[in-house]
Design a protein around this ligand. Structure first.
Ligand code: 3PG
Length: 306
C-alpha cells in the first residue's frame, strides 16, 4: 500500500484534510499526517518509508530528501517551491511539483488587505487615505498579481504592471506595462510584489529600484523576503519618512524596524497569505490529485525539476 505523508508545519484546515483523505482512500493509499510539527527531527523520523509527500513552506533540503528512502514525488501545495532543494531531488530521481494558481486568490486578498491596513494608518485612529483613484504597481504578473488586479480595478484603482514574461497577457486585458521596474516604482502609490524567490528576482528590490518610490507610498510584500535587499530597504525607510512596508513575511532585519520605524510597518505573525480554508482545499486537493495522476498514469504536468 502506498504511503502518503502530509507534512505541514503550518496546518491545513480540517476540511481540506478531509477532502484529501477521501481522494487517497478511494485509491487505497494510506494517509499519514504530520501537522504543526516543530522540529526537523520529527520530519526526519516520518519521511523514510513514505512514497509521496504533500508539503507547504516546509523545508525539504538535501538531508530530508536523503532520509526519504522511498520518496518518488513531493508536491508543494502552493506556488513557491524555493523551500525544496531541486538539485538534491533530481539527483535522487524524486519528482517535485507545485500547484500553480490554487491559493492565489487568498494571497491576493491579503495583499489588498495589507494595502488597506497601511493606508488607513493601521487602524490607529490617525487620518488615513483611500485606495480608490490611487495607482497600484504590480511587480510581476503571475496568478496572484492577476487576482490583485481584478480586486484593485473593482475598487477604482489605476493599475500598472512591470513584467518580463507576461507582457502579452497584461496588454491583452488593457493593463499598462511599464518599460522598467524603476518606472513602476516611480509611478505607483502602492507597489505590490509578486515575483518568486529564484534567479534574477533574488534581492531584485534593491536601492536602485527603491529610490524611485514616492515618499508616502506603500510597499506590500506577499512574495518572499529573499526578493528584497534588506540593507537597502532599511536605507530607504530612513530616507523617505512617509514610506510604509507591509509584509506577509517577517524580514531578518525585524529588530531595526521595531527600533526605528514605529507605525510604518506591519508583518503578519506567521505567513498568512494562503491560510484560508478555501486555499487549503484548492491547493491540497490539487496536490492529492497530482499524486494520484503521477502514480496511476505517470502524469508529470506540474513538475518543476525537469
Ligand atoms: C505559496 O508560495 O504558495 C504561498 O507563499 C503560500 O505559502 P504557504 O503554503 O506556506 O502558506
Amino acid at each position: 500500500m502506498r504511503k502518503i505523508l502530509i507534512a505541514t508545519e503550518k496546518p491545513f484546515a480540517p476540511s481540506a484534510i478531509k477532502k484529501i483523505g477521501k481522494i487517497f482512500k478511494k485509491e487505497g493509499y494510506d494517509l499519514l499526517l504530520l501537522a504543526k510539527y516543530s522540529s526537523k527531527e520529527e520530519l526526519l523520523k516520518r519521511i523514510p518509508d513514505v512514497d509521496a509527500a504533500i508539503i507547504r513552506s516546509d523545508k525539504f533540503d538535501a538531508e530530508v530528501l536523503d532520509a526519504a528512502k522511498k520518496l518518488k514525488i513531493v508536491v508543494r501545495a502552493g506556488a513557491g517551491y524555493d523551500n525544496v532543494d531541486l538539485d538534491a531531488a533530481t539527483r535522487k530521481d524524486i519528482v517535485v511539483m507545485n500547484t500553480p494558481g490554487q491559493n492565489s486568490n487568498a494571497v491576493a486578498e491579503l495583499a489588498i488587505g495589507l494595502a488597506i491596513f497601511g493606508i488607513r494608518e493601521m487602524f490607529s485612529g490617525k487620518p488615513g487615505g483611500e485606495l480608490r483613484g490611487r495607482t497600484l504597481g504590480l511587480h510581476g504578473f503571475g496568478f496572484v498579481a492577476r487576482n490583485v488586479f481584478r480586486i484593485a480595478r473593482a475598487m477604482g484603482m489605476k493599475v500598472i504592471v512591470y513584467t518580463r514574461y507576461s507582457k502579452h497577457a497584461a496588454a491583452a486585458i488593457g493593463l499598462k506595462v511599464t518599460n522598467s521596474l524603476e518606472q513602476l516604482y516611480e509611478k505607483s502609490d502602492i507597489v505590490s510584489i509578486h515575483v518568486p524567490a529564484r534567479g534574477e528576482h533574488i534581492k531584485s528590490v534593491s536601492y536602485e529600484v527603491l529610490k524611485h518610490l514616492k515618499d508616502g507610498s506603500i510597499l506590500v510584500n506577499t512574495a518572499r523576503k529573499e526578493v528584497i535587499n534588506e540593507t537597502d530597504l532599511l536605507k530607504i525607510m530612513e530616507e523617505k519618512p512617509g514610506l510604509k512596508y507591509m509584509s506577509d513575511i517577517t524580514p531578518d532585519c525585524e529588530a531595526d524596524f521595531v527600533e526605528k520605524f514605529e507605525g510604518r510597518y506591519f508583518f503578519t505573525p506567521k505567513k498568512a497569505g494562503a491560510q484560508t480554508a478555501e486555499a487549503n482545499i484548492n491547493a491540497g486537493v490539487a496536490a492529492a490529485e497530482q499524486i494520484v495522476g503521477f502514480f496511476e498514469k505517470g502524469d508529470k504536468t506540474y513538475q518543476v525539476n525537469k
